[in-house]
Design a protein around this ligand. Structure first.
Ligand SMILES: *[C@@H]1O[C@H](CO)[C@@H](O)[C@H](O)[C@H]1NC(C)=O
Ligand SMILES: *[C@@H]1O[C@H](CO)[C@@H](O)[C@H](O)[C@H]1NC(C)=O
Ligand SMILES: *[C@@H]1O[C@H](CO)[C@@H](O)[C@H](O)[C@H]1NC(C)=O
Ligand SMILES: *[C@@H]1O[C@H](CO)[C@@H](O)[C@H](O)[C@H]1NC(C)=O
Ligand SMILES: *[C@@H]1O[C@H](CO)[C@@H](O)[C@H](O)[C@H]1NC(C)=O
Length: 455
């Protein structure tokens, strides 16, 4: 008994030390850093160890990798709510908390006194300093794992890089290249012209049926909306308000959500500074807001609708034709894209599938018991890598997600999965991906331009 307590204390001490260093503390269920949704910085989720990955009898042949851009600034509309509403809430908090409390320590009050909304709308969604480091670090570690695939000498024939048409993915590609080749060479890396609706990097932008049936269908967000309006959430908002000693009804659900997201962003941006907005939430509040986020991604990008992941067969086809190609160059294909792509592709591979769908009604069952958690699987700089190996003449695939080896459902009992088994499992009888058919596009061209809603 006593031993156990010491172990827990030791663990917490290590955890605190780790957090101060800005490193992961990923197994501590009491750390609010683990519930930040898609705004979770990569330092809390990635595998940050270096070293070669080898399997006896196998040599590495090629690597295919997709990477979400790193930590970024908020969207235009979120910056607006930060600028408009948070200074008012800050003043209200300071007015009603003249001395420190259990909830708001002196350091929090001082942080609130200094806090201001500093972002300009012109900087919306830009890659931040933390995002730069995330990409540099991932590249360095992946290179240490597979040095013959990710050579530190750049050549246009051994690498194929591509990013989407956005500042944050372009810069992410650049910093990834910095991690591989150093600053000077990174400047001369060649990239193809990005396209607004890349058929592989952002296939869903070309999928008319998905746009109409899922993205623009109010039904898709109904679970999230219902959870946001649930008695549980209402109670949480009241409790936050009471905890902050605010007058009754001065805090709305939207306010609390803005505070939660600001807590997430500020935690992501600065590894060594605690955002005072995080102090307003208990761990259980954080878990509820995290679930509220998951209800969006589950239904828009995840298993909620088959169409979400079915269309990702174009990405799978890209892997197959790259691995099947007779040429042994390029050795590495690396795409820099968005969470919408990563989540759909991971769902296509059958990773993190839940037995029952996530809804507003099963929060209690799912709160501590689900694998589909964007805080883990869809953080900033989320990445999925597939490595082609030659094992005594048999082609095999190794998968890594967040730089951790994951077993694909095509081979649940081994790290390495035969390329043929993988193909059979994911393709079934269809020879190639029928994107046009799946997406039902071809007839009446309605081109709804381009609310840049991708994150
Ligand atoms: C790099 O290779 C691509 C074809 O893969 C070619 O179009 C491009 O011009 C090359 N760039 C340079 C700088 O050699
Ligand atoms: C349908 O898909 C193709 C890609 O295969 C694309 O070129 C075309 O623009 C799409 N049509 C619509 C309406 O999105
Ligand atoms: C959820 O609970 C079930 C049964 O209690 C357990 O078998 C399963 O592994 C849990 N899943 C997760 C994701 O923790
Ligand atoms: C993390 O990376 C190290 C170094 O490459 C590797 O040995 C280890 O297996 C990885 N961890 C997981 C869980 O895959
Ligand atoms: C995999 O499939 C190809 C083509 O169908 C076949 O030629 C090859 O022998 C198969 N390899 C293995 C190891 O089963």
């Amino acid at each position: 008994m006593e031993n156990k307590i010491w172990l827990i204390l030791l663990y917490l001490a290590i955890c605190v030390t780790y957090n101060l260093g800005g490193e992961i503390c990923s197994d501590n269920p009491k750390a609010y850093q683990n519930y930040l949704g898609t705004k979770t910085p990569y330092r809390f989720v990635g595998n940050n160890t270096f070293g070669r990955i080898e399997y006896p009898g196998c040599t590495t042949k090629k690597i295919w990798m997709i990477v979400r851009h790193g930590t970024r600034n908020p969207s235009h509309s979120f910056i607006e709510s930060m600028n408009n509403r948070l200074p008012q809430i800050r003043d209200l908090i300071l007015k009603h908390n003249t001395i420190s409390s259990e909830v708001l320590h002196n350091s929090d009050l001082m942080a609130f006194q200094k806090w201001d909304a500093k972002l300009h709308k012109k900087d919306s969604k830009k890659l931040t300093h933390e995002g730069q480091n995330e990409l540099i670090n991932i590249a360095e570690r992946m290179q240490s794992r597979f040095p013959s695939l990710l050579s530190n000498i750049y050549s246009n024939t051994s690498y194929k890089f591509k990013f989407t048409d956005s500042q944050r993915t372009k810069k992410s590609a650049y910093y990834f290249a910095v991690g591989l080749f150093g600053k000077n060479t990174a400047k001369s890396v060649w990239y193809p012209e990005p396209s607004k609706k890349d058929p592989i990097l952002r296939f869903y932008k070309l999928c008319k049926k998905w746009r109409n049936d899922v993205k623009l269908n109010p039904e898709s967000l109904s679970h999230r909306t219902a959870f946001g309006a649930s008695p549980l959430m209402t109670k949480i908002v009241t409790e936050i308000s009471d905890r902050l000693k605010l007058p009754k009804n001065s805090l709305t659900f939207d306010d609390a959500y803005t505070m939660y997201s600001t807590c997430a962003f500020e935690t992501a941006w600065k590894a060594n500074v605690k955002s005072p907005w995080c102090s307003a939430f208990t761990i259980n509040d954080m878990k509820a807001f995290e679930y509220y986020e998951d209800l969006k991604y589950y239904w828009i990008d995840g298993y909620g609708y088959n169409l979400n992941h079915k269309q990702a067969c174009v990405a799978f086809d890209d892997v197959v034709s790259f691995f099947n190609s007779k040429s042994s160059y390029p050795k590495a294909t690396v795409y820099f894209t968005h969470s919408g792509t990563l989540l759909k592709v991971m769902s296509h591979f059958g990773l993190y599938k839940e037995d029952q769908p996530l809804t507003e009604n099963n929060f209690n069952d799912k709160v501590d018991n689900r694998t589909f958690r964007v805080s883990r699987i869809g953080s900033f700089a989320t990445n999925l890598a597939l490595v082609l190996m030659d094992c005594e003449g048999t082609p095999k695939i190794l998968a890594l997600h967040q730089e951790r080896i994951v077993r694909l459902p095509s081979c649940p009992t081994s790290d390495l999965c035969g390329f043929n088994e993988t193909l059979r499992y994911y393709r079934g009888d269809t020879a190639t991906c029928e994107f046009e058919e799946i997406c039902d596009n071809g007839t009446d061209e309605t081109d709804e331009e381009n609310t840049d809603d991708s994150i």
